[in-house]
Design a protein around this ligand. Sequence first.
Ligand SMILES: Nc1ncnc2c1ncn2[C@@H]1O[C@H](COP(=O)(O)OS(=O)(=O)O)[C@@H](OP(=O)(O)O)[C@H]1O
Ligand SMILES: Nc1ncnc2c1ncn2[C@@H]1O[C@H](COP(=O)(O)OP(=O)(O)O)[C@@H](O)[C@H]1O
Length: 195
Amino acid sequence: MSKFIIPHDFNINKQLRAERNQHSAFVLWFTGLSGSGKSTIANAVEQVLFSKNLQTYSLDGDALRTGLNADLDFSTAARDENLRRVAEVSKLFTDAGIITLAAFISPLKSQRATIKQIIGADNFYEIFVDTPVAVCEARDVKGLYAKARAGIIKDFTGVSAPYEAPDSPDLVVKTAELSLEDSVEKVVNFVMQKL
Ligand SMILES: Nc1ncnc2c1ncn2[C@@H]1O[C@H](COP(=O)(O)OS(=O)(=O)O)[C@@H](OP(=O)(O)O)[C@H]1O
Ligand SMILES: Nc1ncnc2c1ncn2[C@@H]1O[C@H](COP(=O)(O)OP(=O)(O)O)[C@@H](O)[C@H]1O
C-alpha cells in the first residue's frame, strides 16, 4: 500500500449504525467441504435473522466467483486471494452494520487466520460445518465429487486438495448427525447470544 494514502475519518461509524439498528454487526464465517452444508445453513439462518428484523447479508463462494473473483481459480494462491477479497468485503459489510454470513470452503488454517486478522477478532466467528468427506461425496449436490474422482476437476478440496479442520472454531455443526432444522437452530441460538 502506498504510504501516501491517508484514509478520511467518516463521522457515521459502526457504533452509530449499531445504535440505529439496535444490534451489533459481525461476520459468521462458515468453513467446510463442498457439500458440507455451508450455503444451506447460512441461507436458512439468514431467513430466521431477517424475519427478526436484523440487518443481514450472505456472501457465497459460487456467487462471488462469478463476479468479483471471476479471475481466480482453485490454486492455493488464487484461493488465498479469493478469501482475502471476501474478508475485505465482509469487513465493509460489518462496518455498514450488517450481520454478514460468509460461506466459503476456506480450506487452510493460514487463510482463516488472515481472514480473522482482516475482519478483526472481535467481529469474527468461525463456524465449522463438520461433515465427513464421505457424506459430502454421497450427497454430491453438484456432481463435482464424481468429476474430481474422474480427474476432470483438478485440486478439488477433500479429494485432491487439502482441507485443514479448525483447531478451535467458535461453533461446530455436525450435519451428518443433526437435521437441517437442528443445525440452523444451533447457529441461530449462537447468534442471538452475540447480538
Ligand atoms: N477445485 C475445486 N475445489 C473446491 N471447490 C470447487 C472446485 N472447483 C469448483 N468448485 C466450486 O467452488 C466452490 C468453492 O468456492 P470457494 O470460494 O468457497 O473456495 S475457497 O474458499 O476459495 O477454497 C464450491 O462450492 P461449495 O460446494 O458451495 O463449497 C464448488 O462448487
Ligand atoms: N444438517 C444439514 N445441514 C445442512 N445441509 C444438510 C444437512 N443435512 C443434509 N443436508 C444437505 O446437504 C447439502 C449441502 O449442500 P450445500 O449447502 O450446497 O453445501 P456447501 O455450501 O457446503 O457446498 C444440501 O443438499 C442439504 O440439503
